[in-house]
Design a protein around this ligand. Structure first.
Ligand SMILES: [Zn+2]
Length: 213
């Protein structure tokens, strides 16, 4: 999901300005977060990508260690990857699907005539070592459900890795979407935990919310 329309960012900015008002009683870190988030959204409408990523980094820097989003592309893509498994026909255990697991196996002359093939692709179950036929194996692909938060975000895409500005724009928007969502999830968590820690402040916070709307 890419959000690139100016109206979308503008409505988000309005929403965040409202949040600033709501959070008058929360500590300074919160208003700084909202300020940087607004800055990031404005920078996005101006296509100022470097400022935009700086603003998001500033939010992450403000968050206490246990609420920071870790910057690690490899880990992020590993977590969001849908789960793809093959089932062994003998022990019925799941094995993660990967293209490198298959090899060719010659088949008997009778079968060669029957299937008009000399070899078939097979894989060995790492648990019971049973040899399974690739095309006959049961395969399950489980997609991740949205919204889905990983606690990780990919590193900021580098301009030099893209052939043209439009490609970079798309890539940056994709990154921005992920980074902002992951940060939002941590900010929400932090805010909830903070509210819980404050004796009686939680009700004050709700009252304020009502006043604003
Ligand atoms: Zn097996």
């Amino acid at each position: 999901m890419f959000y690139s329309s100016y109206t979308y960012y503008k409505s988000l900015i309005t929403m965040y300005v409202r949040l600033v008002m709501m959070q008058a009683k929360l500590p300074d870190i919160n208003s700084a977060i909202v300020r940087h988030r607004t800055g990031a959204l404005v920078a996005m409408t101006q296509l100022n990508y470097s400022l935009c990523s700086t603003e998001l980094s500033a939010i992450n820097a403000l968050l206490p260690p246990e609420y920071k989003v870790k910057e690690d592309s490899e880990e992020y893509y590993k977590i969001i990857k849908s789960q793809d498994v093959l089932i062994c026909s003998k022990c019925e255990k799941e094995t993660e699907y990967n293209d490198g697991m298959f090899y060719f196996q010659s088949i008997s002359v009778e079968l060669q005539l029957l299937f008009s093939l000399e070899k078939i692709q097979v894989w060995n179950c790492p648990l019971c070592n049973n040899q399974n036929i690739k095309d006959g194996s049961k395969r399950i692909i489980r997609e991740k459900q949205n919204p889905f938060y990983t606690g990780y975000m990919p590193t900021v895409p580098k301009v030099s890795n893209f052939g043209n500005r439009l490609q970079y724009k798309h890539q940056f928007e994709k990154w921005f979407d992920i980074a902002l969502n992951e940060l939002e999830s941590k900010i929400g968590l932090y805010r909830t935990d903070y509210a819980k820690q404050q004796d009686g402040d939680e009700s004050d916070f709700e009252d304020e919310d009502d006043n604003v709307s």
